[in-house]
Write a protein that binds this ligand. Structure first.
Ligand code: XMP
Length: 514
């Protein structure tokens, strides 16, 4: 039986991902597709409902994204949001004009038809988020106004007989207080979805599909120990067991004990049925990186070396049919909807081997958001400390050591970072921050230890709050925690006589150092 599907038709809105997430929070599966998705394809996909997103354009502008009018007559319920609501009005013969007063931000909306299916259980006056310069100035025939604001006479309209609904505001953003109730009303009560989508069904269904697809073929996975590749590997292991080989490259730029931790979970004494190859390439990396100080050059060498090692291992295994990638949904959406599937380079290595011949790339998590990947990970029994790991860049400590990389510097930053992380966990702050780590500056300075003069490195402590990793603020760690960490680092890590706290946000800095 086909699972319930809501198609989010993207007209260029900035909240397209958010709409899909909110629908999934109602336990209904949603996919975002470009407005270029043909009507025929929509029919084939047989969705229970469609949501038109917002967008920056004006429906009267011929170059704006439009859709064939027929979509409103398929008998499939539609909810238009912002530009999507104007588009619906325009397609159905209503009229849209430039509003005398644009609305932006918090606005109070008054519900005129509280019996309307979309507003079931919603307060008579409720706070919504507006962002528009055009508005519907005449609703199409057969529609009636269901809500208004001070400056927008048709803030919502509907034609219940045809299950067509539209709202000028954004129910998907947090600032619309009862937006989730409205979206739930649409997907459950209007579209008739059962709300039974959960990670368990994703895992079961994926395992079944992967088995069918792979048959008796061989599968290769580059395992970094990060959340996405770990979840992808365990899913594949559940599906095809020992047909899967995971290659884990220890490039000597991992956090303290990380190589052993990954091996303990995925290796021969670990929890899963799969073949595990650990390549200890520390020295090989240090040799290649000797004397290199340019950040981009360092990144390039680390990435290229990974590919070379990966290719060597793939050749040894021979005749690999499939390569597994941990691509997730935001990567897919950001790579551009509407184009043919883009094969994303592995986000942890920066490229794919091109001499190794794979029949196909498998991306089992490509339709999941990060929090959903985590849920799938828990569902699959992956230990919590792995599932909730903070992000760690593919080039590893290579981008946290400013200047030339040496084994000695790696030891210093690993030890300092381990102390920092341990104290942050002890202080109960670990889940409160987006990312926190120690970096090694290339600065040496004079200090005094006992009766001796020292000339040692300065370690920088970094901690940021961020939700998207595109912008970030420095986290305000309590002074006593910083003092404890500092004290321990200078006492326990040989080669460090100074600890600095990085107060810079992004921009102007980046989160990592190189
Ligand atoms: P920046 O330093 O660009 O980092 O502010 C933003 C986020 O991306 C992570 N990062 C990387 N992740 N490969 C990765 O897989 C990389 O080369 C890489 N560089 C940065 C960084 O840890 C932060 O979460």
């Amino acid at each position: 039986m086909q699972r319930d599907l809501i198609i989010v038709l993207d007209f260029g809105g900035q909240y397209n991902q958010l709409i899909a997430r909110r629908v999934r929070e109602c336990s209904v599966y949603a996919e975002v597709h470009s407005y270029t998705l043909p009507l025929e394809k929509i029919r084939e996909m047989n969705p229970k409902g469609i949501i038109f997103t917002g967008g920056p354009n004006s429906v009267y502008d011929e170059t704006s994204p439009h859709y064939t009018r027929e979509i409103c007559s398929l008998g499939i319920p539609i909810l238009g949001i912002c530009y999507g609501s104007q588009l619906m009005a325009w397609m159905e013969g209503g009229s849209v004009a430039s509003a005398p007063v644009s609305e932006y931000g918090h606005t109070e909306v008054e519900i005129d038809d509280r019996a309307d299916a979309l507003f079931k259980g919603v307060s008579a006056r409720t706070a919504v988020w507006m962002s528009h310069t055009d508005y519907i100035d005449r609703v199409p025939e057969g529609f009636h106004i269901t809500a208004h604001t001070k400056d927008c006479p048709a803030a919502a309209m509907s034609c219940p007989e045809r299950k067509l609904y539209a709202v000028q505001f954004h129910p998907e953003v947090m600032h619309t207080k009862e937006g989730q109730v409205m979206l739930r009303n649409f997907v459950i009560h209007v579209c008739g979805c059962c709300g039974d989508w959960k990670m368990g069904s994703f895992v079961e269904q994926s395992v079944r599909q992967l088995r069918e697809k792979i048959g008796g073929g061989k599968v290769l996975c580059a395992l970094s120990g990060g959340v996405d590749s770990s979840v992808a590997a365990v899913l594949l292991s559940r599906a095809v067991g020992r047909q899967l080989t995971c290659v884990f490259v220890d490039h000597g730029l991992l956090r303290k004990n990380e190589g052993d931790e990954v091996e303990a979970v995925f290796g021969p004494n670990g929890h899963y049925e799969l073949n595990f190859i650990r390549v200890n390439a520390q020295q090989r990396y240090y040799d290649r990186l000797k004397g290199v100080t340019d950040p981009e050059e360092k990144r390039k060498i680390i990435g290229e070396e990974f590919i070379r090692i990966f290719e060597e291992e793939a050749r040894k295994i021979g005749a690999v049919d499939y390569l597994v990638q941990g691509t997730i949904y935001p990567d897919v959406i950001e790579s551009g909807l509407g184009k043919s599937a883009v094969i994303k380079s592995h986000h942890n290595v920066g490229g794919l081997p091109d001499v190794v011949d794979f029949k196909e790339i498998i991306e089992p998590l490509r339709m999941l958001f990060k929090d959903e990947v985590r849920k799938a990970g828990l569902e699959l029994g992956i230990p919590e400390y792995l599932v909730f790991r903070q992000p760690f860049p593919g080039p590893g400590l290579g981008v946290r050591i400013v200047g030339e990389i040496t084994a000695e510097k790696v030891r210093i930053v690993q030890d300092a970072d381990a102390i920092y992380r341990e104290e942050i966990v002890k202080a109960g702050l670990d889940r409160t921050m987006g990312q926190y780590f120690a970096a090694l500056t290339n600065m040496r300075s004079v200090g005094v230890m006992g009766d001796f003069r020292t000339y040692d490195y300065a370690v920088a402590l970094r901690a940021v709050n961020t939700s998207d990793f595109m912008t970030a603020d420095a986290a305000q760690i309590p002074w006593e925690v910083l003092a404890r960490v500092t004290n321990r680092i200078v006492n326990e890590v040989k080669g460090v006589n100074r600890v600095l706290y990085d107060c810079t946000g992004k921009p102007p800095a980046t989160i990592e150092y190189e």
